[in-house]
Design a protein around this ligand. Sequence first.
Ligand SMILES: [Zn+2]
Length: 187
Amino acid sequence: MNQLDLIQKLKSILPMVRKWIEDTLEKHNANATPVINLSFSRLKTILPPDLLNRAKVVVVNGDVPFPPLSSMGLPELSRMENMSMAGVTYKDTFFVSHLHQTESLYFHEIVHVVQWERLGIEKFLLAYGYGLMRFGYQDSPLEKMAYSLQARFDNGMLSGDIVQFIQHETDAVWNTVSESISMPGKV
Ligand SMILES: [Zn+2]
């Protein structure tokens, strides 16, 4: 199956994925803590308080929740489904394994929170899904951005308006993805 067919399939299951995300967030709502309430001081020096107030974390024992894409009709992404992930973000909430509660990982997931806010649920899922299919997990553009900013966070090399930078980069990712999706010749 080629990438465009996969994108069509992804589009067709988007309502199901959206419902799964809403249900999952609802289910864990009582355990979601705004990041601003935690004692990660570097996050507070680098990211604005309103973002740290909106961004919430749910710490889980065991695997972080991931949509059952195979049973939703997209077994092509089952590698992602079966990956053991330290963290994952849905909209303004991220889930981390209790074994991986580092400030660095929290920063990575907050980059995704900004991406989600910028794109909204549908565009985020399309951009993320397209990136996975085309480049694989590590090199998918939204992950690449998060990993590269995380590396700079780890090295103490972040400065300036990070949120604006992420928004700008996310717009660029979406422009590329939307062109690729709507112009078959380019894929
Ligand atoms: Zn990530």
